[in-house]
Write a protein that binds this ligand. Structure first.
Ligand code: NDP
Length: 306
């Protein structure tokens, strides 16, 4: 059976390393500060934001939740962001996506001061990533690299295959792997014979949003498989098909009325891979940990701190 790469364990390690850094900043004047801007009432976004605020609280990071109404205009959002850019007590600004249709998301993300862009989405920071310069990295990709490194998984010289080319996961994780000297292939919905390309990966990172699509034939025996996908299955027949009627997994479904599944087939990966991230409990916990890490690093770059 493959080794499970435990995201909760790595998250706890990262958080315990951050704690003294937060305390040192607090002792030097004030703790790091994170502002989260959440527009409207999207239940999924509300859960993410609540978890982010809780993580701040656990670490002693000051956090503020700003909640413009659903009907907010681009101009009003720009005002919110500009206000936060100027505030000395705020080191990190996170604009929770998606924004409502009437708001020009690109303009909003561009308005965030790059030094406070703890999501790593500003083109300035994307440029720094591509050029291999220091700067905040997108949280999920940064978390994946932390996980690989902390489990001692060799990256240099390996074939890495990334499925998905989003700005949030696929592209940045591909660059991070490249900077660690992997030979990287990026796949997307137009890739021909995806299974054959994936089978070349010593490291396979999947971020597609397609429940359990990556079955055994996509996985090189012994590969390290990182499953970013988070798909909620609410149909019992579909859950039974994916979990091949496993009593354990169907027990979870019957208790909760739904079950989370990644983009990688959970039973196949456990049999074929050398190591893999489970869903839940793999990549998910690392995203918030890296947001905290980016916030602390932004605070440490404050004038007069270092
Ligand atoms: P996007 O929808 O932005 O991108 C999906 C990518 O997958 C696209 O590049 C798309 O190709 C590709 N794709 C879709 N279907 C196929 C297919 N059949 N074959 C090959 N490629 C395909 O998604 P995100 O990157 O934002 O997220 C991906 C998944 O990761 C989602 O399930 C999301 O919920 C999850 N996620 C989890 C996080 C966590 O913390 N655990 C954080 C962020 C995301 P094309 O470009 O050609 O359309």
């Amino acid at each position: 059976m493959a080794q499970i790469l435990d995201g909760n364990r790595v998250r706890d390690e990262i958080k315990s390393e951050l704690k003294p850094r937060v305390e040192a900043l607090a002792a030097a004047g004030r703790p790091p500060g994170l502002a989260v801007v959440l527009v409207g009432n999207n239940p999924a976004s509300e859960i993410y934001v609540r978890n982010k605020i809780k993580a701040c609280h656990d670490l002693g990071i000051y956090s503020e939740n700003i909640a413009p109404a659903d009907a907010v205009s681009t101009e009003e959002m720009l005002e919110v962001v500009r206000g936060l850019n100027e505030r000395a007590d705020i080191d990190g600004i996170l604009v929770q996506l998606p924004l409502p249709k009437q708001v020009d998301t690109k303009r909003i993300l561009l308005a965030v001061e790059p030094a406070k862009d703890v999501d790593g989405f500003h083109p300035c920071n994307v440029g720094r990533l591509v050029a291999g310069l220091p700067g905040p990295r997108a949280c999920t990709p940064a978390g994946i690299l932390e996980l690989l490194k902390r489990y001692g998984i060799e990256i240099a010289g390996k074939r890495a295959v990334v499925v998905g080319r989003s700005d949030i996961v696929g592209k940045p994780v591909a660059f991070l792997l490249l900077h660690e000297h992997a030979t990287v292939t990026i796949c997307h919905s137009k890739t021909r014979d995806l299974a054959a390309v994936c089978r070349e990966g010593d490291i396979l990172v999947v971020a597609m949003g397609r429940a359990a699509l990556i079955t055994g034939e996509y996985i090189k025996p012994g590969a390290t498989v990182i499953d970013v996908g988070t798909n909620r299955i609410e149909n019992r027949d579909e859950a039974a098909r994916i979990f091949r009627h496993s009593a354990d997994r169907m027990g979870v479904f019957d208790k909760r009325g739904s079950v989370l599944v990644g983009d990688v087939h959970p039973l196949d990966v456990a049999e074929i891979a050398g190591a893999y991230t489970p869903v839940p409990g793999g990549v998910g916990p690392l995203t918030i940990a890296m947001l905290m890490a980016n916030t602390v690093a932004a605070a440490e770059r404050r004038p007069g701190i270092c």
